[in-house]
Ligand binder design. Structure first.
Ligand code: UD1
Ligand code: UDP
Length: 382
């Protein structure tokens, strides 16, 4: 029987981290011919993930430009994908999440009448400008896709509420699959700055912040809050791997450079990042992925945003929405540092996002879709 030809399209750090275990799993199964098309929307941050998971792209559009615009990412990907799709002739294109690569990759497949499978489908805030442009990207991909791989039941209900057509599966999030290989109790950091952190005597707070809707005033308020927190708490150290976006770096270094016990470092690879989170006291972030990873590691998270498309860990109590105002962020961080009961309530290991078998469920779902197996796979949590 012919192999099912899968083309996975991704281009940013979080897509790569969450697609890597799936791409590897598909490649290990005899029913699939699995190839990758990298857009290169991120260059260094993408290559770092590919190195850690020992993956290579079969195609690389290499589109990244400094301070790139949404239009440039979308149009370059669309144009580049024409040739790739002609050459690869896939039976199914897989895209992940909600970036501009995701949207343009799905749209290019649609233009070539190739069906699309959407990994991490159904996340919603119902506010098209927050997160921007991600909420619109994932909504549009939802209309294009034939197969929807939802991490949670809540994500599936969102798609049902929108009456999105196509087959829907609850799979868990592939990031939990990725963490099975990255988090190790005996892991030794390969980044000198991480080895210099005093985990024994200090409380280490891990920070990341990069979202476009936080550019400008919100990001300045967030950085001011971190500055004040570090200055008023000699027992803490802040470690912040700063995203390579020049807009982000100007703001972060402008406010936090030279603040005592605040370590601004370059992005670190995913193994160092996951093991840093496993050892830190708590996490402050506007990232999507960290909101899924930190709860699995039993670490409280303060989300530096006004909303979240990941309400599951908020409901479980390990994540709090801190907003983007300095005083609100400070108040919640102070509480975590001074109120032990409050800290312990948040520091429970909960894992609403998966059991580490999402990739297997997605592979089974694809086999079922192509009529290779009779049974639809059981949902995560069923
Ligand atoms: C993108 C995604 C966002 C995702 C984030 C993950 C869009 C519109 N946004 O946002 O959904 O949460 O990735 O990090 O798709 N840069 C480098 N090297 C790199 C990566 C980025 O220099 O390896 C710089 C470039 O100057 C680039 C800028 O960062 O122009 C911004 O990158 P871009 O992908 O446009 O936006 P992100 O904020 O990274
Ligand atoms: N991450 C990483 N190195 C870093 C910062 C983050 O490997 O220096 C990982 C993090 O653990 C998570 C992913 O990158 O798996 C999140 O990516 P990002 O915050 O860029 O995007 P988002 O999740 O917000 O879309």
């Amino acid at each position: 029987m012919n192999k099912i030809k899968i083309l996975s399209v991704f281009g940013t750090r979080p897509e790569a981290i969450k697609m890597a275990p799936l791409v590897k799993h598909l490649a290990s199964l005899p029913e699939f011919d699995s190839r990758c098309c990298l857009t290169g929307q991120h260059r260094e941050m993408l290559d770092s993930v590919m190195d850690i998971f020992q993956l290579k792209g079969d195609y690389d559009l290499n589109i990244m430009q400094a301070r790139q615009t949404l239009s440039s990412i979308t149009t370059k990907t669309l144009l580049g994908m024409d040739e790739v799709l002609e050459d690869a002739k896939p039976d199914l294109v897989l895209v992940h999440g909600d970036t501009s690569t995701t949207f343009a990759g799905a749209l290019a497949a649609f233009y070539h009448k190739v069906p699309v499978g959407h990994v991490e489908a159904g996340l919603r805030t119902w506010d098209k400008y927050s997160p921007y442009p991600e909420e619109m990207n994932r909504t549009l991909v939802g209309r294009i896709a034939e197969l929807h791989f939802c991490p949670t039941v809540n994500n599936l209900r969102n798609l049902e509420q929108e009456a999105v057509p196509g087959a829907k599966f609850i799979t868990g999030n592939t990031v939990i699959d990725a963490m099975k290989t990255t988090v190790r109790p005996d892991f030794v950091f390969s980044v000198p700055e991480l080895n210099e952190l005093d985990f024994r005597n200090h409380r280490v707070i891990a920070v990341t912040c990069h979202r476009r809707e936080n550019y400008g005033e919100p990001m300045r308020e967030i950085m001011e809050a971190i500055r004040e927190l570090a200055l008023s708490h000699p027992e803490i150290e802040v470690v912040y791997p700063v995203h390579l976006s020049p807009v982000v770096r100007e703001c972060v270094f402008g406010i936090l450079r030279d603040v005592p016990r605040v370590h601004l470092i370059d992005p670190i690879d995913v193994e160092n990042m996951h093991n840093l989170m496993a050892r830190c006291h708590f996490v402050m972030t506007d990232s999507g992925g960290l909101q899924e990873e930190a709860p699995a590691l039993g670490k409280p998270v303060l989300v530096l945003r006004r909303e979240t498309e990941r309400p599951e860990a908020v409901q479980a109590g390990t994540v709090k929405l801190a907003g983007v105002r300095k005083q609100d962020i400070l108040a919640l961080a102070e509480e975590l540092l001074t109120d032990e009961a409050s800290y312990h309530r948040m520091a429970q290991a909960v894992n609403p996002y998966g059991d580490g078998n999402a990739c297997e469920r997605i592979a089974q779902a694809i086999l079922w879709h192509f009529g290779r197996i009779a049974e639809k796979p059981a949902d995560f949590g069923a």
